[in-house]
Design a binder for this molecule. Structure first.
Ligand code: NI
Length: 162
């Protein structure tokens, strides 16, 4: 396992649409393990392929309730609205209030190619939307309705990077 370099905003890699994962092999498993380690090292709650320079449809999430990996994900249903702070490991020090669905249903595969469905709400739903956007070259800033200064919100526990 290894900590990989995180691609920062301004790099065109972050604007690309990713291709599906086709091979569920050792290389994919190693990528996912590295992504977990890189996310934890950056104290993020999610990390997507393009953020480590891999233009494939894969992301990982851990909002503090265990590690989740999503390969070839599709958001199949959303409902409700939530507004809250959001950041990104590719945009260090920048935070904003975004508007996201409160509830998300997604279908994805794990590293072995097994398909699963997840019903998420709250922070997990927000994280899934944020990471899924990365796979289509979209950064959270496109969803920001109000910028915030994290210095003035030091105790906001949702002020996490993805
Ligand atoms: Ni992000």
């Amino acid at each position: 396992m290894a900590i990989r370099n995180i691609v920062k905003e301004g790099d065109p890699i972050l604007t690309k649409v990713c291709r599906p994962v086709e091979k569920f092999d050792e290389k994919l498993a190693a990528l996912i393990e590295d992504m977990y380690e890189t996310m934890d090292n950056g104290e993020g709650v999610g990390l997507a392929g393009p953020q480590v320079g891999i233009l494939r449809r894969v992301f990982v999430i851990d909002i503090g309730e265990g590690r989740l990996e999503f390969v070839n994900p599709k958001i199949t249903k959303t409902s409700g609205v939530q507004e809250g702070s959001e950041g990104c490991l590719s945009c260090p020090g920048e935070f904003g209030i975004t508007k996201r669905p409160m509830y998300v249903t997604a279908v994805a595969q794990n590293r072995y190619g097994d398909q699963f469905t997840i019903n998420a709400e709250g922070l997990l739903a927000k994280a899934i939307c944020h990471e899924n956007d990365h796979l289509d070259g979209i950064l959270f800033k496109e969803h920001v309705i109000r910028k915030i200064d994290p210095v003035n919100n030091p105790s906001d526990k949702h002020n996490k990077k993805k």
